[in-house]
Design a protein around this ligand. Structure first.
Ligand code: NIG
Ligand code: FE
Length: 391
């Protein structure tokens, strides 16, 4: 038996609360981790009698939260676009076409180079409390390279997304429909065996709603589950398409209409906000308050990628969501944990309750509010993934 008892937790966010307070916060609490799962949660005064041989961790009054579930990333790529970021800070606009420069660098990179970069980012994320991570392809845009990207992503996560329809590659310029033929044909054949999800960048400058529908429906027919990038750079019909196709999540939502919000609140589709994108593209932050008040399920993810958001820090994204999107810290922590789990249709993570995976973060702070109150400060003191202390 491998067991760890964490005692003396000043504030425990379980997410196993009521509809009125989903954080399910306990004070003076303890958690028992056994064989990779949560075995017991409760007040420190009620700790069950334990056989010997377990590890005892004294949280010393600090806060514990579920491990972060980062449901949107693009971390298999070559090169970087620091110069593009610098130019943007000088006034240039973000455009979807920038993706093509990363495609050239990714095609030129070896598997080992891509793997080294990806593993480095995974380690960076884990150190910041991310215990579950989704990874998309989308910087290959030819059959062989897209297949390499989903295969590499599958080495580190079961949450792999085929995003062959990220942008139309240079060699298909002005032949977008022919490129979509390739995506739903040979590329899907090569990538589907490695992936769980199918995604499209549905936006002016990338793919139309009709093209997005074709790609998602082809993926669904191959057993993949749909998710979608939509309304990042302007309003559009992508959100409605995602809901119609039963997508687990529609991501970005920077420019949502009232109709989008009403449709989301009547659906099971999560709206995943990506505050690192607005931070680094200078687009306006979406109003998460409006979404939550309308009854929409909101998740927060980093969207780690070399173009629109090169942060890997869920604490930083939580701080942005609280400061700029009108969320309370409790809502933002829920969105970054249980919300991410909902966006990945997972019921084994995002909650600290008996039977769930033992993925937890010990903060070097007395409350979760410090995640937003002390932005940029490394507050992640310890991380457990499947019950094992990884940091
Ligand atoms: O989620 N929006 C599309 N894809 C990425 C950006 C990719 C890039 O600029 O390289 C995103 O923001
Ligand atoms: Fe993205």
């Amino acid at each position: 038996m491998t067991a760890t008892l964490i005692t003396n937790i000043g504030e425990l966010t379980t997410n196993a609360g009521s509809p009125e307070d989903r954080s399910g916060t306990l004070h003076d609490a303890a958690v028992l981790l056994e064989d990779g799962r949560i075995a017991w949660v409760g007040p420190a005064s009620d700790i069950p009698a334990l056989p010997g041989g377990y590890l005892d961790v004294d949280a010393a009054g600090r806060a514990v939260i579920p491990g972060f579930v980062d449901s949107h990333s693009h971390i298999v790529f070559g090169g970087d676009r620091a110069a593009e970021f610098e130019a943007r800070m000088g006034g240039q606009q973000y455009a979807a076409g920038g993706i093509r420069s990363t495609v050239a660098a990714t095609r030129a990179a070896s598997d080992d180079e891509l793997r080294t970069r990806m593993n480095g980012l995974v380690a960076e994320m884990l150190a910041q409390g991310t215990t579950t991570l989704e990874i998309k392809s989308g910087y290959g845009l030819d059959v062989a390279t897209e297949e390499r990207l989903v295969r590499l992503a599958a080495e580190v996560t079961p949450e792999v997304t085929f995003l062959g329809a990220h942008v139309v590659p240079e060699e298909y310029a002005k032949r977008a429909d022919a490129y979509v033929d390739l995506v739903v044909g040979d590329m899907l054949d090569a990538c589907a065996p490695h992936a769980k999800w199918i995604d499209v960048f549905c936006e002016t400058g990338a793919f139309t709603v009709a093209q997005s529908r074709r790609v998602l429906e082809a993926g669904i027919a191959r057993g993949l589950q749909p998710r979608l990038h939509a309304s990042q750079l302007g309003p559009g019909d992508g959100v409605r398409l995602a809901i119609e196709l039963g997508a687990a999540s529609v991501d970005h939502g920077t420019y949502l209409t009232d109709e989008d919000v009403a449709a989301l609140s009547a659906s099971d589709t999560v709206l995943t906000v990506l505050p690192g994108v607005e931070f680094s593209t200078r687009h306006p932050y979406p109003d998460a308050r409006r979404l939550i008040d309308a009854g929409v399920t909101v998740a927060i993810a980093c969207d780690t990628n070399p173009g629109s958001s090169f942060t890997s820090s869920m604490p930083f994204c939580i701080a942005l969501a609280v400061r700029e999107m009108g969320m309370t810290t409790a809502e933002a922590v829920w969105a970054a944990t249980a919300g991410g789990a909902a966006a990945l249709r997972r019921d084994d993570i995002g909650v600290i309750a008996p039977g769930k995976r033992a993925d937890l973060v010990l903060l070097d702070a007395p409350t979760r509010v410090h995640l937003a109150y002390r932005p940029g400060v490394p507050l992640v003191k310890q991380v457990w993934k499947d019950g094992v202390a990884v940091r």
